[in-house]
Design a protein around this ligand. Structure first.
Ligand code: PXP
Length: 240
């Protein structure tokens, strides 16, 4: 199972003071050395962490691949078509949210997201759609002919007790269904060092995208150690 390291919150620390440190370029390079299989970043419409320049500077530097998260809006699609990351993950975005709160509604926004996905695919970018673990949404992904999904693990991360178990069950079911119809399945959001194990045990998942918890852990054990420790947990539990 692969680990995609999301470096948005390295940029959050930089933007908090308008400095030029900490360097997102160093963060990406060191994360790759410590075992990251891809570098994930989200260019938000309000530019609260990543800036346009970061994308252009990171792209030639990365030895693994860039997974760019974007809202499905013209401005962002234009940037993606210019930067040409290996992967784009389309995500819903609301300005007032602290982080991506739900999955895309592919039923309501079918035509819009299908057209954007087609444009990106035609440019050689692999498209992934960020959705909640819901079979109806997966059916729309198939109709759109998009090859990858990322399942939102935020509710699993937030819930406790029975609700958490139910959400885990839904994730497992969604993974099995998506694999059966030939999709590549990634997952992420809200995963940390104590809750990632149940998700890593779902062997059919290709990649976990994790950011906030790794940046937080790095404060105490260092960035490379924090990435390596997450990679180790994922690898161990994916085997068990
Ligand atoms: N995957 C997607 C699609 C996201 O939007 C985010 C947050 O930017 C993540 C994964 C990573 O979430 P976290 O920072 O909670 O690990």
């Amino acid at each position: 199972m692969n680990l995609g390291v999301n470096i948005d919150h390295i940029a959050t620390i930089r933007e908090a003071r308008g400095t030029n440190y900490p360097s997102v370029l160093d963060a990406a390079t060191l994360a790759e050395k410590a075992g990251a299989n891809s570098i994930t970043l989200h260019l938000r419409e309000d530019r609260r962490h990543m800036q346009d320049n970061d994308l252009y500077e990171l792209k030639p530097l990365l030895k693994t691949k860039m997974n760019l998260e974007l809202a499905p809006v013209d401005e962002m699609v234009k940037i993606a078509l210019d930067v040409l990351p290996e992967d784009v993950c389309l995500v819903p975005e609301r300005r007032e949210e602290k982080t991506t709160e739900g999955g895309l509604d592919l039923i309501k926004k079918f035509n819009e997201i299908r057209d954007i996905s087609n444009d990106l695919t035609a440019a050689g970018v692999r498209v992934s759609l960020f959705i909640t673990p819901d079979i109806k949404q997966i059916d729309k992904v198939i109709e759109m002919n998009v090859p990858v999904i990322e399942l939102h693990t935020g509710s699993y991360a937030d819930f406790t007790g029975d609700l958490k178990e139910k959400e885990l069950f839904k994730i497992r079911q969604a993974v099995q269904y998506a694999k059966k119809v030939g999709l590549l399945v990634n997952a992420g959001h809200g995963l940390h060092y104590e809750n990632v194990q149940n998700i890593a045990r779902i062997k059919e998942i290709h990649e976990l995208n994790i950011g906030h918890a790794i940046v937080a852990k790095a404060l105490f054990i260092g960035w490379e150690n924090a990435v390596a420790e997450m990679k180790k947990i994922i690898t161990e539990y994916a085997k068990s």
